[in-house]
Design a protein around this ligand. Structure first.
Ligand code: IFG
Length: 521
């Protein structure tokens, strides 16, 4: 039966309108996704349009010994939307497979991987499980964005063909969540862990204590959490992690190949502790509880011996439940601590961290003291000269870069941004992408950079939606700066790759800021 012209035209219009390319409207579409679209940009990627791999209900995941955890994680990613069994097997016996293999490839180091996608199967090779995990993050992006759906989608599942050889520029790519100004429940932290893991972030810095709240149970000073944890900025609900809950968060992060770095900020930013325990104040009187957002007014009592018993107890208990090598001792904005006292404090506290088998990291002010070479100052100023940071770098300390005017995710995008602050800068997506860690601070070059971190301070951030709005789309840019070769750093190319991430965030329910600087897909 011939449709009348009007009807057939209407049919084409309606099909096109719902986004289904009607035959007449179809053009040879550029592939929706390709190995060259991956964020962070890989070291090398070569598309093979004839090499697409189709997942089917018969596809298996084969895993070398030692690759089982990543294989199970991958299966967990793919099963909800495909509904396929995708059994994890030690060998594929010739059945089409995604194979995870461990080897010794000097080119890719401890976190790199080699990914090959062809019609007959997918091969992912790495030297460690960490490398396989990072390779899986790239593999995910070669599948349709619908792969992140939580319910079965009846459709074809094609992995874009091609090959990727990849490894990180810097060893540390981090995100910080300030759970002190506002408290976030373990499940909210785990959600953020899953969101940042997809961009090869490998550390999560938890800012566990500040003036407005103490968030981690310390058994030898129980009121820190039970009393000091009650408050939050603006009198909002407080909360804290029991040591068991903290260990559960640490384990969850580890299953996403992310190391937790806990921070107890001192000698400043200590009002929650000092309003809870009178003996922590030089005059023996508890200071008033504070839930405003002023900074720089508090200081532990440097001359009092009990201060160092407090630090010893806190560091000992935190070290015992932290598998990661580093403890963050804060050290920022100690404006109420006389400079000489600050140095005294650093000289007493840093050995305590070492005594409990951990290494020191802290805001870059700690570089005013002579640090052990393993200590990592975290730079948070705007770039340029900093004598003590340059001197530390010259002595062999590596510097973690988190400049407030580029990497602080609590900075507003623009004057109309409803959340966040603007004391450092307005940071639109392009601004957050427009810097290089190895040329930010005089005297801190490629070899002296430990990596990058994107802190999210939460004075104005209360919900997971708030976190998502500030972290996306800027966090992937920081992740790319930390992972990808400097040679790939190009805003015009990046903004197109970033745009293709949006359907994934929509499927994942990430409430991201639709910056006008990006042509969102
Ligand atoms: N500076 C303070 C943070 C937080 C931040 C908000 C650092 C190292 C301003 N210290 O950044 O506690 O208040 O943007």
């Amino acid at each position: 039966m011939r449709l009348s012209r009007a009807v057939s035209t209407a049919a084409i219009v309606s099909l096109t309108a719902v986004g289904l390319p009607a035959a007449a409207a179809a053009s040879p579409a550029a592939p929706e996704r390709s190995v060259t679209d991956v964020v962070p940009a890989p070291v090398s990627a070569k598309a093979d349009p004839r090499g697409d791999f189709k997942l089917t209900p018969f596809t298996v995941i084969s895993a070398d010994r030692g690759a089982g955890q990543v294989a199970d994680y991958l299966r967990g990613l793919l099963r909800p939307a495909t509904g396929y069994p995708l059994p994890v097997v030690p060998r594929s016996w010739g059945v089409p497979a995604i194979s995870l293999q461990l080897g010794h490839d000097a080119r890719i180091g401890t976190e790199g991987y080699e990914l090959k996608v062809g019609r007959d199967g997918v091969s992912l090779k790495a030297n460690t499980a960490d490398g396989l995990f990072e390779g899986v993050q790239s593999l995910r992006q070669l599948l349709p964005s619908a792969i992140d759906a939580k319910r079965v989608q009846h459709r074809t599942w094609t992995v874009a063909g091609g090959s990727i050889l990849d490894y990180p520029r810097f060893g540390e790519r981090g995100a910080m969540l300030d759970v002190a100004r506002h408290f976030f429940k373990p499940d909210q932290v785990k959600l953020y862990i899953d969101q940042i893991a997809q961009y090869k972030i490998n550390t999560l810095h938890l800012h566990l204590a500040d003036d407005q709240g103490w968030r981690i149970e310390i058994k030898s000073w129980p009121k820190l959490a039970t009393v000091g944890g009650k408050t939050a900025v603006d009198g909002d609900p407080g909360g804290y992690y029991t040591q068991k809950q903290y260990q559960d968060i640490v384990a969850y992060a580890a299953s996403r190949h992310i190391t937790v770095i806990p921070e107890i900020d001192m000698p400043g930013h200590t009002n929650a502790a000092q309003s809870t325990y009178a003996e922590l104040n030089c005059d023996g009187k508890a200071v008033p509880v504070r839930t405003d957002t002023e900074v720089g007014y508090s200081s532990l009592c440097i001359s009092s011996p009990i201060t160092y018993k407090f630090v010893d107890d806190v560091v000992r208990e935190l070290a015992a439940i932290t598998p990661g090598q580093y403890l963050h001792i804060g050290g920022d904005e100690a404006h109420a601590t006389p400079p000489a006292d600050y140095l005294t404090f650093q000289q007493k506290v840093q050995p305590i961290v070492a005594k409990y088998g951990k290494k020191v990291t802290g805001w870059h002010e700690i570089a005013k003291s002579t640090l052990p070479v393993s200590a990592v100052p975290q730079y948070w100023d705007f770039g340029g000269d900093n004598e003590s940071v340059a001197a530390a770098a010259a002595r062999g300390n590596k510097i973690l870069m988190s400049p407030a005017n580029y990497a602080y995710l609590d900075m507003k995008y623009n004057p109309e941004t409803p959340l966040g602050q603007d004391w450092a800068a307005l940071v639109e997506v392009k601004d957050g992408y427009g810097w290089d860690p190895a040329s930010l601070v005089t005297g801190v070059g490629e070899k002296q950079v430990a990596g990058v971190e994107a802190p999210l301070w939460t004075e104005t951030i209360r919900t997971s939606d708030d976190i998502e709005y500030m972290a996306f789309p800027r966090l992937p840019g920081i992740a790319e700066i930390g992972w990808s070769p400097k040679s790939t750093h190009n805003w015009d190319a990046y903004r197109q790759r970033l745009a293709k991430q949006a359907p994934r965030w929509v499927t994942q329910g990430i409430d991201f800021y639709r910056s006008p600087q990006v042509d969102w897909k």
